[in-house]
Design a protein around this ligand. Sequence first.
Ligand SMILES: Nc1ncnc2c1ncn2[C@@H]1O[C@H](COP(=O)(O)OP(=O)(O)O)[C@@H](O)[C@H]1O
Ligand SMILES: [Mg+2]
Length: 341
Amino acid sequence: MTTTTSSTGPLLQVEDLCIDVTLVGSKKTVPAVRNVSFQVGAGEVVGLVGESGSGKSLTLRTILGILPSGVRATSGRILFEGVDLLQASKRTVNRLRGTGITMIFQEPMTSLNPIAKVGEQIVDAARAKHSWSKNEAAEHALSLARHMGIPDPENTLSLYPHELSGGLRQRVMIAAALACQPKLILCDEPTTALDVTIQAQIIRLLVQLKNELGMSMLYVTHDLAVVAQLCQRVEVMYAGSIVESGSVSDVFQHPDHPYTQGLARATPDVDAVVDHLTGIRGNAPTLGNWPAGCAFHPRCDYASDECQSGNFALRETQPGRASACIHIDQLHNDVATQGRS
Ligand SMILES: Nc1ncnc2c1ncn2[C@@H]1O[C@H](COP(=O)(O)OP(=O)(O)O)[C@@H](O)[C@H]1O
Ligand SMILES: [Mg+2]
């Protein structure tokens, strides 16, 4: 083994990650992710939330080393058990992919093979990590399928992906991702395309599996209610940067950033104290058109002249919490006044 395992450090540590994208039309290269830093501890589930286009998927894909063409990590470090995945050899990254780290996608056919029976795919995933015989791996696949609530697993696992419903395909993909017992699962909106009942079932299963298997997850979604159910910590992303981070209960109940406040307000299931914002006005800026200063300032009720220029890096507000907003005091005062009225 060449992996240097740090017993005290976090499982995953992303430091100052910057990702550039070359725009197809103009061929201009623009930033898509800026100085993103966060950690995932062993057994921890961290949510990465933000509107569409904020850079969540690119961040996950960079961790797994599966960036599309025209997209490049330009600086930063991604330490997995102390090994920098941006500098590691292809061999090391390939070994980790599918054994140490796996990813579950919104669209199951992204990772399922259309011409192989789903059971075989789970078996192959299991054998990538363990030196099991086919029979041992098949037993494991069956038990995982039962765990995932896949009905009639003996029969279902003998089918091809196209013979399954969307919800079942998603479960099979999750079973295949879990089959190699990864330490870290990267989830990219894995339930967004499903109807709400199946979505709730899969979230419950993930909560159960997290508790039983103690694996770590980095869970990308734009749905704060899902984060509230599943995650311990949350990183809020806006226009390629993290604008707030902390424990889920702190961040959702007492947001330290007007953007989080707006997101929480727009999510009825999340029990936020703030209720004077009706969602967030305006739209998120497109790539290449990020406003200077705090990128959120044109949509923000608290914006002042100071917000229009300069560097808005995350700053620690309390141990374990950080915000990029310079008007936190005003934000808190307003919330307190609202609470009294
Ligand atoms: N292959 C690509 N080529 C050009 N632009 C891309 C590519 N992939 C993503 N982008 C752009 O990068 C930005 C961030 O994308 P993404 O990480 O997918 O956002 P999110 O997952 O938060 O919705 C978006 O504006 C998106 O259009
Ligand atoms: Mg995405």
